[in-house]
Design a protein around this ligand. Structure first.
Ligand code: CAA
Length: 258
């Protein structure tokens, strides 16, 4: 599939490196790019085990496209927010883990796309923030909801109300990112993590993701039900049988994803 704004590279072990590529506008998200992203995440092929998302040039994503939004009516703005939210839901619900390799500015919609990903790794050059209220708008691609769920309401409210930008060190301190690396190490470190994920049983990783994502959005009893169901489903896979047999025989197994 050919994309205008996305570069998709296949790496070994079922890993995809997805580069958001609208470099002149610091990868700002316009409708066309969001539609491409939606299409990409809705059609992840069976052999894919992990996806890494990064940005071309000096930015990860500098937000939603301000030029496109500037003259929106209220109903056009609503539709744009819906497109962004639906797109980021595809990322959150993607069958495989998605790692954000945040190489630079992750502002507004850029911070929001990173928190729709499962894990965030940052370069020392990364900068995070929700500058929307400084433009006279609220976050609109899920930021008011996902940021609280990721770093807790205290820091989420501080970032959103002050519109301040924070560096990678502060992002690490408040739990917005898992690790910080030198810029030239970032992608290698993301691939290293993706390879660790790809070595494990794909169905078990998928069911774990579904339990975490769906469970975190419901009450504890329903969440435990979700986990029980997925735990049970693992025992209908060949990988569970092979994985446990290999452990008991002190051997190793290559998981097949079945
Ligand atoms: N939308 C459209 N264009 C953008 C953009 C954005 N969000 N961010 C940067 N650009 C464009 C600039 O207009 C500029 O274009 P020209 O060369 O044609 O002038 C180009 O990218 C380079 O940007 P700068 O010259 O500003 O680069 P800089 O290094 O001086 O500053 C920056 C970098 C601090 C990130 C600055 O570009 C900036 O503040 N960008 C806007 C960040 C922002 O407010 N994002 C939130 C958007 S609202 C949102 O995302 C809502 C939502 O939740 C749905």
């Amino acid at each position: 599939m050919d994309y205008k704004y996305l570069i998709v590279e296949k790496k070994p072990h079922g890993i995809l490196l997805l580069t958001l590529n609208r470099e002149k506008s610091l990868n700002a998200l316009n409708s066309e790019m969001l539609k491409e992203l939606h299409k990409f995440f809705a059609r992840v092929e069976d052999d894919v085990r992990c996806i890494i998302v990064t940005g071309a040039g000096k930015a990860f994503v500098a937000g939603a496209d301000i030029g496109e939004m500037a003259n929106f009516s209220a109903s056009e703005a609503y539709d744009f927010a819906k497109l962004g939210m639906d797109t980021f839901m595809e990322i959150e619900r993607c069958r495989v883990p998605v790692i954000a390799a945040v190489n630079g500015f992750a502002l507004g919609g850029g911070c929001e796309i990173s928190i729709a990903c499962d894990i965030r790794l940052a370069s020392t050059k990364a900068k995070f923030g929700q500058p929307e209220v400084g433009l006279g708008i609220t976050p609109g691609f899920g930021g008011t909801q996902r940021l609280s769920r990721t770093i807790g309401p205290g820091y989420a409210k501080e970032l959103i109300y002050t519109a301040e930008t924070i560096d990678a060190k502060k992002a690490l301190e408040i739990g917005l990112v898992n690790s910080v690396y030198e810029p030239d190490e970032l992608i290698d470190k993301a691939i290293e993590m993706a390879e660790k994920i790809a070595r494990n049983a794909p169905k078990a990783v998928e069911y774990s993701k579904q339990s975490i994502v769906n469970g975190s959005q419901t009450d504890i009893d329903t969440a435990m039900q979700i986990e029980k169901t997925h735990f049970g489903l693992c025992f209908a896979t060949n990988d569970q049988k092979e994985g446990m047999k290999a452990f008991l025989n002190k051997g190793k197994t290559e998981f097949k994803g079945k």
